[in-house]
Design a binder for this molecule. Structure first.
Ligand SMILES: [Cu+2]
Length: 505
C-alpha cells in the first residue's frame, strides 16, 4: 500500500508537469498569449525551475506549476535541490496575533528565493495575504496542521495561483517559499472579515529599498515591539498635537514640518512603528488667524516619498498636495514649500497624500485650526480629540487609554471638543453625563436653529465635528467610542478610545 502511494502521486505529478509544459508551449504559440506565458527557464541563478505562468495563463499551466511546487518541496525527485535552495533562501518571519501583524514593515529581496514563516501566536485562525503580489510560484514547505477545512482549501487555492499567502491555526506556523522578480510596495493583511479593520495590516517592500531592512529583519525575533534601527524612540511623556509657534517673515507665518520615522509610544512600553511630523503623533497643531498668510516649509526625512495635503481649508490648487496632479512627489531628503491664506474659520487637518493607506495610519497627520480674527469665543476651554487606529491600537491623540489625557472642567464650563477622525474606521463617540451640541461640521458652522443636541456622534474618516459641551453635571465621566472592541487594548477592556472627563463641583 505504501509503495503504491509513493509511486502513484509521483508518476501522476510528473505526467502533469510534462502535460503542463506542453500546454505552456502550445499556449505560447498563440500570439495573444505570448506575454502571459514566457516559457520555461531551467537556468536561473539558483537553478530554480520555473514555469513562469502568470495567473492569467491557462489552467493546465497553473496546475503544472503547483504540482512542480509540491515535488520540489515534498521530497520526490528534486528534494536535494530544494534543500540546497532552502539553505540559500532569505528567511522572513511574520507573526500574527489579535489584532496585528508583525513586523510593521517586511522587506523581501527581489529575484531571490524567500522562505517566509507565518507564525500565529493568537487565539484564533489568521492568514497573511500580500495584496497584489504574485510570485512565479509559491511552495508550501511546512503546513499548519490544524487549519480549518475552509482555510486549508484557501491556502491551496491561493498559493497554487501564485499569490504570496499563508494561513495558520492558533499556536502553529506555515512556511512558504517563493521568488518575486519585481520591486514594489504592497500592503499585507489578514483576510478574515474584520481583522484587517482591527489593525492586521503590514507593509511589504520588495526589492529596491528592501535590502537595507532585510539583514536587520533576519536577526529580528518576533517580539511585540518592532525594532526599527533608524527610527528614533519617542516616549509616552511626549504627546502629539503640540502647538508650534511660527516665525514671522515679512508678515507671513512660517512653520517648519519634517516627516520622519519614529517609534511612537502609545502605551507605557508599547510602541508603534510610526511616520510622524516633527516627531509626534498626531503632528503639530498649527493655529492661525483668519486671513493670515501661512507658509509651511516641509522636509521629507522618511525612507520613502510623500506629500502634504491640507484638508478642508481654501487654498490654491497648486498647494493641494496631490502628487503628479498638483505637484511632484517629495522624495526622501527633498523639501517642498506650501503657502496659502488661512480661510475660512474652522477645524481643518493635514495629512500625507502619497502611499496614503500605509503612510497615514502610521501617523502622518495633524490639525490646522483657523480662528476668527475678532469674534468673541463662545466657549471657555478647547479640547482636541483626534481618532486613529494603528497596529491594532485604537488611539485618541496618538495614545491608547489609559495613556490618553483626561479632560478637566469646572461645573458649568463650556468645553469645545474638536472631534477629528484621522483613522480609517468609523467611530460613534459617546459622551457620558453631559450631552453636547454639534456647532460645526467639517470646518463650517451649523446655524443655531439646525444644531442637534446628542450624546453620540458617528464620525467617519476625514470628518470633523465641533461639539459644545456644557459641563453641568459634575463627576468622572467617559468620552469613548461605542464600538466596544475599540475600547480595548489587546482584547482587554478598558483601553483604546477612551478619554476620562473629570468635571469638578
Ligand atoms: Cu471606534
Amino acid at each position: 500500500m505504501s509503495n503504491l502511494h509513493s509511486w502513484f502521486p509521483g508518476r501522476i505529478s510528473m505526467l502533469m508537469v510534462v502535460l503542463s509544459l506542453v500546454a505552456a508551449a502550445c499556449t505560447a504559440s498563440y500570439g495573444a498569449q505570448v506575454t502571459e506565458v514566457t516559457g520555461v527557464n531551467e537556468q536561473t541563478p539558483e537553478g530554480y525551475l520555473q514555469a513562469q505562468a502568470t495567473p492569467q495563463a491557462s489552467p493546465s499551466a497553473r496546475a503544472g506549476s503547483a504540482v512542480l511546487s509540491s515535488e520540489q518541496a515534498g521530497g520526490t525527485g528534486q528534494a536535494g535541490q530544494a534543500q540546497r535552495e532552502s539553505a540559500a533562501a532569505a528567511e522572513v518571519t511574520v507573526t500574527a496575533k489579535e489584532f496585528q501583524l508583525q513586523p510593521a514593515t517586511i522587506a523581501i529581496p527581489a529575484g531571490k528565493v524567500v522562505r517566509l514563516t507565518f507564525r500565529n501566536e493568537g487565539a484564533v485562525e489568521h492568514d497573511f495575504e500580500v495584496q497584489g503580489l504574485r510570485a512565479d510560484e509559491v511552495v508550501v514547505v511546512e503546513r499548519s496542521a490544524n487549519l480549518s477545512a475552509a482555510m486549508s482549501a484557501n491556502l491551496d487555492q491561493q498559493t497554487s495561483a501564485g499569490q504570496v499567502y499563508a494561513a495558520a491555526a492558533p499556536g502553529e506556523a506555515t512556511t512558504i517559499e517563493f521568488k518575486v522578480s519585481t520591486s514594489g510596495r504592497y500592503q499585507a493583511v489578514c483576510t478574515i472579515p474584520g481583522h484587517k479593520e482591527a489593525g492586521m495590516t503590514t507593509e511589504v517592500v520588495v526589492g529596491r529599498g528592501a535590502s537595507q531592512g532585510h539583514d536587520h529583519q533576519m536577526h529580528q525575533n518576533s517580539g511585540s515591539m518592532p525594532h526599527v534601527s533608524h527610527a528614533s524612540v519617542v516616549k509616552a511623556g511626549k504627546y502629539g498635537l503640540q502647538e508650534i509657534k511660527p516665525r514671522i517673515v515679512h508678515g507671513v507665518k512660517v512653520f517648519n514640518l519634517t516627516a520622519e520615522h519614529v517609534k511612537w509610544e502609545v502605551l507605557p512600553g508599547e510602541y508603534i512603528d510610526a511616520y510622524a511630523y516633527n516627531g509626534m503623533v498626531p503632528g503639530p497643531l498649527i493655529r492661525v488667524k483668519e486671513g493670515d498668510r501661512v507658509r509651511i516649509h516641509f522636509k521629507n526625512e522618511l525612507p520613502e516619498p510623500t506629500t502634504i495635503h491640507f484638508h478642508g481649508n481654501t487654498l490654491p490648487n497648486s498647494m493641494d498636495g496631490v502628487p503628479d496632479v498638483t505637484q511632484p512627489v517629495v522624495k526622501p531628503g527633498q523639501s517642498f514649500t506650501y503657502e496659502f491664506k488661512a480661510e475660512p474659520v474652522g477645524t481643518f487637518i493635514y495629512h500625507t497624500h502619497h502611499n496614503s493607506a500605509i503612510q497615514e495610519p502610521k501617523g502622518l497627520y495633524g490639525v490646522l485650526i483657523i480662528e476668527p480674527r475678532h469674534q468673541k469665543k463662545s466657549y471657555d476651554q478647547e479640547v482636541i480629540q483626534v481618532l486613529s487606529e494603528a497596529e491594532g491600537y485604537y488611539l485618541i491623540n496618538g495614545k491608547a487609554f489609559p495613556a490618553t489625557t483626561p479632560i478637566k472642567a469646572k461645573r458649568g464650563e463650556r468645553v469645545l471638543v474638536r472631534l477629528i477622525n484621522l483613522g480609517q474606521m468609523v467611530h460613534p463617540m459617546h459622551m457620558h453625563g453631559n450631552p453636547f451640541e454639534i456647532v460645526a461640521t467639517d470646518g463650517h458652522d451649523v446655524p443655531p436653529a439646525a444644531r442637534l443636541t446628542k450624546d453620540v456622534v458617528t464620525i467617519g474618516p476625514g470628518e470633523r465635528y465641533d461639539l459644545l459641551v456644557k459641563m453641568d453635571n459634575p463627576g468622572k465621566w467617559m468620552f469613548h467610542c461605542h464600538i466596544l472592541s475599540h475600547v480595548q487594548n489587546h482584547g482587554q477592556e478598558p483601553g483604546g478610545m477612551i478619554t476620562l472627563v473629570n468635571v469638578s463641583k
